[in-house]
Design a binder for this molecule. Structure first.
Ligand code: ACM
Length: 771
């Protein structure tokens, strides 16, 4: 460590000048810290050098402060290769001093003050949580130069910081696909490094009950297993091996403790009264019909509800007793969403009970049930939180509402005096793809990009200043129907979590997309050092092809954010920052094949996106992938994953699962006499309940149906028909061929797979026209 020049007065002076008028754009961040701190003031001169062996001292010397220091030391060693030491005792002159002080000039328990100057780093906070966040900021300052290792030099300055919102969250769905305890610990670590503090844990649903409840062992003996359907077979190794998993109470205790050490509260969710099929599969007497359903293998809305009677309520109270013993969280999430009332409506017993209670409808009955659970939680000094449907049936006055059907629920709840957490679909739903790049995995194709999340406004305009205090914060929701592995989870979460972190932590008036982007390379470098399998979708090169003159093909390259420079090769080599820089559309020969590889780099050579490759020849303009086709309808458009091959990468298909119909608008059909279509068959369909009512079935006499091609419109003349029986014999992709009648000019082509989508789906991989 070396001494820098000490300019505390100048720093204080500059800081007092830093107050901005609301209209002024925020100044660029002097440091690459995410989320952007509330106030940052670099000094004009001076620096501190932190070398191997430098000490970290804590005041007071307690197990809590030591734990924070140890985490900091381990993180810096792991990500920067810089080895610090924990001082034996409090030492205000240590290279890094972490100090808890009741009178620290900070805002709240999460606030901190970090001063670099006078030859050392001094972090002050009133509470351990603030000290932890200060240590996270220091780690970020020490890792803001991508690739730097060993001793570090920090510029003198001052950071005074605290969060905008108290609820800074991520919801993890462990019911649809579950994650190992080790992976959830990683996720908690990474959340904490974004200064997030709530992990909302979705533990029960139709597709699995994932929490051990000692009083009800069938919940995990039966309810934690489902038949391995579709891509799940790849996870279990065989369609004959069920997909099973749950968390023991010992594991949960371990996770809760782990999260507490990182100042993350785990809020458990036990779904009531719907999304209860796995529970009813375990204990059929909890349901309305007395029948035992299977644990669901379908996504979407199932109609199995708890019976709204004393027996189910007693069960739920007993479950909640164990839940409350495991999770110290003030909030307990009780779901409340998507409880289709069909079974309640059809049940004379439920109808009689409704009448007896004097309730006007099934929503009011749900409200009564949620009210009972709310009272039980109140009696145990906990607070109920539920999805915004809980507003529909009359909600306990002190209930907190989680708005997911847009922000409507948040507005209504805040007007009615409820606290709210915002996690509206689609923008904060991570199952939406983050780009329209062809290499995105399965999910909902409506793109919710890094910028969409960055620009999310957590206080909707309809919530006025007097109600704004009801907004506790916001969270991203990771629904895992389409995320079978932790690698996929990470791809969906990062880097979008960084954008959310800034939304919920940083002052509203510091919101600045270009400044955020400017800080992202350092964040991506941290992700690499931490081993996070993040998505580079926001920077990935995109290829747009069009016909040039004289048989050439014009290729325009771009990326989603426009950040960085795209460099490319055409000789098969991997592009580096020294490769040719793209600055205008390329003109490539059509008659020969060119392998075009492109990657994106920041000005300093840091690679923002890994290389993407396109083979470009004359057939490229006559070929379309499913994601480049339109769907004929837009009922439930998904990008779904084939179930085969069992091992190794599997193809993805974009389609409306309610209508096996695709459109190629203005296909270059002139002179094309041959059509090749690659298809896959998916032996399942996720459309259920009201979603299934929209399914378009096209009767067919052919076994397994046929793929038909119609000219101009889907009702237009049929110009090709390819039976699917042979393709049905293989579980892998098949390429079908057809001759076309002579065509002139360009035509819209409509591709229709006949048959019943609910009996399994035919999906187009790609289509290709040839002379
Ligand atoms: C939800 O997405 N059903 C809360």
């Amino acid at each position: 460590m070396t001494r820098g020049i000490h300019l505390p007065l100048l720093a204080a002076l500059l800081l007092s000048c830093a107050a901005r008028t609301a209209a002024a754009p925020p100044a660029a961040s002097p440091w690459s810290v995410i989320p952007r701190p509330a106030r940052m003031q670099p000094a004009a001169h001076g620096q501190v050098r932190i070398a191997d062996g430098a000490t970290v001292a804590v005041t007071p010397d307690t197990s809590a402060t030591r734990a924070i220091a140890r985490q900091l030391i381990a993180r810096i060693a792991h990500t920067r290769g810089l080895h610090l030491r924990l001082a034996a005792r409090a030492d205000p002159r240590a290279a890094i001093a972490l100090q808890l002080a009741r009178d620290a000039e900070v805002t709240g328990d999460s606030g901190y003050r970090l001063r670099i100057g006078d030859g050392h780093v001094h972090i002050q906070a009133r509470a351990p949580k603030g000290l932890f966040y200060g240590s996270v900021t220091l780690w970020q300052l020490l890792t803001q130069t991508p690739g730097a290792h060993g001793p570090a030099t920090l510029a003198d300055g001052l950071i005074i910081d605290h969060p905008r919102f108290a609820w800074r969250g991520l919801m993890l769905d462990s019911a649809r696909h579950f994650q190992s305890v080790a992976d959830i610990k990683k996720l908690i670590d990474w959340m904490a490094l974004h200064k997030l503090d709530v992990l909302h844990w979705h533990l029960t649903d139709d597709q699995g009950w994932r929490l051990q409840i000692k009083r009800y062992p069938e919940l995990t003996r039966i309810g934690a297993c489902r038949k391995a359907v579709g891509p799940d077979a790849a996870l279990t190794g065989s369609p004959d091996k069920p997909y099973c998993g749950f968390y023991t109470q010992a594991q949960v205790r371990d996770l809760v403790r782990y999260a507490q050490q990182r100042f993350v509260t785990i809020v458990p969710e036990i779904e009531i009264p719907g999304h209860a099929q796995a529970a009813i599969a375990s204990y059929p007497e909890l349901g309305v019909t007395g029948q035992r359903p299977p644990v669901s293998t379908n996504w979407g809305i199932n109609t199995w509800l708890y019976a709204p009677n004393q027996h189910s309520l007693k069960f739920l109270e007993n479950v909640l007793d164990e839940v409350m013993a495991l999770f110290p969280s003030k909030y307990i999430h009780v779901g409340g969403d998507e409880a289709a009332k069909d079974q309640w409506q059809a049940s004379p017993a439920v109808q009689a009970q409704m009448k007896k209670l004097g309730l006007k409808d099934e929503n009011a009955l749900q409200g009564w049930m949620i009210g009972k659970i709310g009272a039980y939680l109140d009696a145990h000094h906990r607070r109920l939180i539920g999805w915004d449907e809980i507003l529909e049936g009359g909600v306990p006055a002190d209930a907190t509402v989680m708005s997911w059907r847009g922000v409507k629920g948040a507005i209504e709840a805040a007007h009615a005096g409820h606290d709210v957490v915002l996690s509206p679909s689609p923008v904060l739903y991570l199952d939406h793809l983050q780009s329209d790049a062809p290499d995105e995995p399965a999910g909902r194709p409506q793109v919710e990009s890094l910028k969409d999340i960055y620009d999310f406004n957590p206080i909707p305009d309809a919530i006025d200043a007097s109600q704004a205090r009801h907004v506790l914060g916001a969270q991203l929701d990771l629904w895992t129907e389409y995320m079978p592995t932790f690698a996929r989870d990470q791809h969906a979460i990062f880097p979008r979590l960084a954008a959310l972190a800034e939304v919920v932590w940083s002052p509203a008036d510091s919101h600045d997309w270009s400044d955020f982007l400017h800080r992202m390379p350092a964040q991506l470098a941290r992700y690499r050092a931490l081993g996070i399998d993040y998505a580079d979708s926001a920077w990935a090169p995109r290829f747009a092809l069009s016909a040039g003159s004289d048989g050439t093909i014009d290729v325009a390259l771009s990326n989603q954010t426009g950040q960085g420079a795209i460099h490319y090769t055409t000789d098969g080599h991997m592009p580096t920052a020294q490769s040719r820089r793209y600055d205008a559309p390329l003109s490539l020969p059509g008659h020969a094949a060119t392998t075009l590889r492109a990657a994106t780099f920041a000005d300093d050579g840091f690679r923002l996106a890994a290389p993407r490759t396109r083979r470009i020849d004359e057939t490229a303009l006559r070929t379309r992938r499913s994601d480049q086709l339109d769907t004929c309808t837009h009922k439930i458009v998904l990008r779904i994953e084939d179930d085969r091959p069992l091992h190794g990468p599997r193809p993805f298909y974009q389609m409306d699962i309610n209508d096996m119909c695709w459109l190629w608008k203005q296909a270059p059909t002139a002179g094309m006499r041959h059509l090749a279509v690659t298809v896959g068959n998916l032996p399942w369909n996720y459309a259920l309940w009201k979603d299934a009512a929209g399914v378009i079935k096209r009767p067919t006499a052919a076994p397994h149906g046929a793929l038909e091609v119609h000219r101009d419109t889907c009702d237009g003349p049929r110009i090709a028909r390819m039976p699917l029986a042979a393709a049905a014999r293989t579980k892998l992709q098949t390429t079908l061929h057809a001759e076309l009648p002579p065509l002139t000019g360009a035509h819209d082509l409509c591709f229709i797979a006949t048959g019943d989508p609910t009996q399994g789906l035919w999906a187009i991989g790609n289509v290709k026209l040839s002379p």
